[in-house]
Design a protein around this ligand. Structure first.
Ligand code: BGC
Length: 394
C-alpha cells in the first residue's frame, strides 16, 4: 500500500469524524436562526469551527519552541480551530501524559514536536486507533506508522550550512564554499559537538556537517585533536548548554593544556550549546572575542542571545530557521488534513521513520553572520535592532 493510500484512508476517517461533529453541532444549534445557518454552513466535511487540535511542544527553555507554539496556535485559532498547546519541560513522561490527555479531551488532530522521537508509541497507537492524524513538527517521530506528515527544515542542509560557516570562519573557503586563495595550510585544530541522540534531527545535522568537513579532515587541513569524531562521542543529551560547557571544559583540560594550546574552531549544532562552549573557552582564557583569538563557534536557531554574540564578534554564526514559516506550513497542513485533502509535500523519500517513509514539507535555511544580521534578521522583522543590541526579545 502506498503512503498516499494510507494517508488517504486516515484523512477520510478524519473527514468523517469532522463531518459527524459538524452535524452534531448543527443538531444542537436548534432554534436561533443565525446559529442554525452557521452550523448548517459548517456542516461540510472539514470545517474547522470548534475542532480541537492538540499541539505538543518539547520545552520553553529554548525560545524557538515558544515562538513555534505561539505561531501555530495563533494560525489555527484564526482558522477557527480550538487549540490545546502544551510544553513538556524536556521531560518525556510529561509529554506522553500531555498527549494522552489531548486524546482523552477530544483532539481531532495532533501536532507534535517530540522530545524523544521513539518514546511516543503508545500515544501514536491510540491516535491511530481513534483516526486522529498526527503531524510531526520539526522533529520526526520514529518507529510508528501513525505519523501522517512531517513539516520541518531541510535538516541535512542545516548541517552542511554549519560546516560551511565553520570553513569560512577558519579562512579555508569563501562564503560560497570555494577554496579561499589565501587559505591557511593548517593543520588547524577543531572540535565537534552534536545534538541530542534521541532527536532524529541531530543525526541529519551531524551527517551534513561531517560530509562537508570530511575532505578537510582527510587531507589533514583540519584535525579533531581530541579524536572524538563519532556522533555518540560528540552528542549532547537534550541539547543541554550545561552538558556542552562541561564537555568543552573536559576537552580543553585533556587535550589543549587547559587552554594554552591552539584551537581554531568548534562545530556546534545549536545556539544554547554554542553559548556553553563559548563560556568554557572564555573561562580557559581564549578570546573574549574572535578578533582576540576566540575559536570560531557555529550555531543554530538565531536565538536572540546568540544574535547579540554574533553582532558583538563573539559567536561566529548561526543557522536561521524562520519559525514563522514553519508554523505557517504546519497550519496549512492541518487545514488540508481537516478538509480531508492531502497536504502538499516536497519530499517523499528522505524521512523514513523506521516504519514508513513519511511525506514531508521541508523549508530552506539561511546562514547568519555578523554582516547579514541587519538585512536578514532585523530586515525580515524577526527581531528589532533594539532587541539585537540588548540580546533579549520582547
Ligand atoms: C531543532 C533545532 C533545535 C534543537 C534544540 C532540533 O530538533 O531542529 O532547531 O536547535 O532541536 O532545541
Amino acid at each position: 500500500m502506498t503512503i498516499r493510500r494510507i494517508f488517504g484512508r486516515r484523512a477520510a476517517g478524519l473527514a468523517a469524524v469532522l463531518s459527524a461533529g459538524a452535524l452534531a453541532l448543527s443538531a444542537c444549534a436548534g432554534g436561533g436562526a443565525g446559529s442554525t445557518t452557521d452550523a448548517a454552513a459548517s456542516g461540510a466535511a472539514g470545517s474547522a469551527e470548534g475542532i480541537k487540535v492538540g499541539i505538543a511542544m518539547p520545552t520553553q527553555t529554548s525560545e524557538r519552541w515558544i515562538a513555534d507554539g505561539n505561531a501555530v496556535k495563533e494560525g489555527l485559532e484564526k482558522a477557527g480551530y480550538l487549540v490545546d498547546l502544551q510544553y513538556a519541560n524536556d521531560d518525556i513522561p510529561t509529554q506522553t501524559q500531555q498527549i494522552d490527555q489531548m486524546i482523552t479531551n477530544g483532539a481531532k488532530i495532533l501536532v507534535i514536536a517530540s522530545i524523544d522521537g521513539t518514546a511516543l508509541s503508545s500515544q501514536l497507537d491510540a491516535a491511530g486507533a481513534a483516526n486522529i492524524p498526527v503531524v510531526s513538527y520539526d522533529r520526526l517521530i520514529r518507529d510508528n506508522e501513525n505519523v501522517d506528515f512531517y513539516v520541518s527544515f531541510d535538516n541535512y542542509k542545516v548541517g552542511v550550512a554549519q560546516a560551511k560557516a565553520l570553513l569560512f570562519g577558519l579562512g579555508l573557503t569563501d562564503k560560497d564554499g570555494n577554496k579561499a586563495a589565501d587559505a591557511p595550510k593548517g593543520p588547524l585544530n577543531i572540535e565537534l559537538f552534536a545534538g541530542s541522540p534521541d532527536d532524529n534531527n541531530a543525526g541529519f545535522f551531524f551527517n551534513g556537517a561531517m560530509d562537508t568537513l570530511k575532505p578537510f579532515i582527510e587531507d589533514g587541513t583540519l584535525v579533531v585533536k581530541s579524536g572524538q569524531t563519532a556522533f555518540d562521542q560528540a552528542a549532547t543529551l537534550r541539547w543541554s548548554q550545561e552538558a556542552a560547557q562541561k564537555r568543552m571544559e573536559d576537552i580543553l583540560t585533556s587535550t589543549y593544556g587547559g587552554g594554552s594550546e591552539p584551537l581554531a574552531g568548534v562545530l556546534s549544532p545549536f545556539d544554547g550549546i554554542s553559548r556553553g562552549i563559548i563560556t568554557a573557552l572564555q573561562g580557559a582564557g581564549y578570546g573574549p572575542t574572535i578578533a582576540d583569538g576566540l575559536p570560531v563557534v557555529t550555531g543554530q536557531d538565531a536565538e536572540i542571545a546568540s544574535i547579540k554574540l554574533i553582532n558583538d564578534g563573539v559567536q561566529q554564526s548561526t543557522i536561521f530557521k524562520d519559525t514563522r514559516l514553519l508554523a505557517e506550513q504546519a497550519v496549512k497542513t492541518v487545514k488540508a488534513i481537516g478538509s480531508g485533502s492531502e497536504p502538499e509535500a516536497n519530499d517523499t523519500e528522505t524521512y523514513d521513520n523506521g516504519m514508513k517513509v513519511v511525506p514531508a514539507f521541508l523549508l530552506e535555511v539561511q546562514t547568519i553572520l555578523k554582516d547579514n544580521i541587519e538585512s536578514d534578521i532585523i530586515g525580515s522583522g524577526y527581531y528589532t535592532a533594539d532587541e539585537v543590541a540588548a540580546g533579549v526579545s520582547k
